[in-house]
Write a protein that binds this ligand. Structure first.
Ligand code: ATP
Length: 289
């Protein structure tokens, strides 16, 4: 079986206070986009405890370090399945370490595939419970669409929206270490993190009204203030998109360094995507779905 595993962008991301468990609470709006990996899985004769993960992309860990492996391990433990043998292959298209939940979405796809291959009949809710143990973004990747995400990202509220955004997503330069970016946020904001820096309500209303211009106006990401000053490629992609014809707004996704731009027509999006590719960016056009 082979299924797509879609990336996400954050239309809104306010990093809140640090919790006793070391994670930060967030107030975010995540949206699924059509840019995707493909994850395939094959079930073999169930002897032993065998999970293999392969990927042509050398940057992706092949064994226990892969989130697909971790998701499968959690899945078999959750259902007390003692004997299993399954092989996964990941066709990678989502930029790695880009703030697009590439690993999390592959893990979510693995849970969906296993639920089919092993006939476990779990609901999306149950898969989300397993997924939350693998990574904070995995539940959203299982649900998709547009969601408010709270807690450390695993608490979801689905937003009804007919949004169709024409997007460019571009990643240049080195990946960003998410823990290091959170540390810089702590140093910069300290105790003030418990305040709202943007307006989640305004962003939610823009998404629910499918109002592209209002979304661009309400977009916010705390990570921009600590990542853009030290990541020249991300800062350039943002200003390049913002200055381009047809762009209504551009922002860092997650902790970056991927930047997404919202365009009011596909032609402008394609032109900017081609320009950024020529400058060495991993750039893609895609849509919100
Ligand atoms: P997020 O937006 O959830 O913070 P990200 O998009 O920034 O994630 P990923 O592409 O998920 O980052 O990769 C982060 C790290 O996870 C990489 O260093 C990579 O080696 C590791 N990793 C493990 N499994 C995968 C996978 N299936 N795909 C991509 N990276 C993976």
């Amino acid at each position: 079986m082979r299924i797509p595993a879609y990336a996400k962008i954050n239309l809104y991301l306010d990093v809140m206070e640090k919790r006793p468990d070391g994670f930060h609470n967030i107030k975010s709006i995540m949206h699924r986009v059509s840019l995707c990996d493909y994850v395939s899985a094959e079930r073999h004769a169930d002897e032993g405890k065998i999970i293999t993960v392969s990927c042509m992309d050398a940057r992706i860990p092949s064994g226990e370090g892969n989130l697909v492996w971790k998701a499968a391990d959690r899945f078999f433990k959750h259902f007390s399945i003692e004997n299993y043998s399954v092989s996964f292959d990941i066709e990678k298209h989502i930029p790695v370490s880009g703030g697009l939940a590439g690993g999390s979405t592959d893990a979510a796809a693995a849970l969906v595939l296993l639920n089919e291959l092993y006939g476990t009949g779990a609901s999306t809710y149950e898969l989300c419970e397993i997924g939350a143990l693998v990574g904070s973004d995995v539940p959203f990747c299982l649900v998709g669409g547009s969601c408010i995400t709270l807690g450390r990202g695993e608490e979801l509220e689905y937003l009804p929206s007919a949004l169709k955004l024409d997007l460019v997503i571009a990643k240049g330069g080195d990946g960003v270490s998410t823990p290091a970016a959170y540390k810089r946020i702590d140093e910069m904001y300290g105790d003030t993190l418990s305040q709202d820096f943007g307006s989640l309500e305004r962003a939610v209303s823009a998404v629910c009204n499918s109002d592209t211009v209002a979304i661009a106006d309400a977009m916010y990401n705390t990570f921009e203030s600590v990542v853009l000053p030290v990541h020249a490629e991300a800062a350039f992609a943002k200003s390049y998109m913002e200055d381009a014809d047809g762009c209504v707004g551009a922002m860092l996704s997650g902790s970056g360094p991927s930047v997404f731009g919202i365009f009011n027509n596909k032609e402008s999006a394609e032109a900017v995507c081609a320009d950024l590719s020529a400058k060495g960016y991993e750039a893609h056009t895609c849509e919100s779905i």
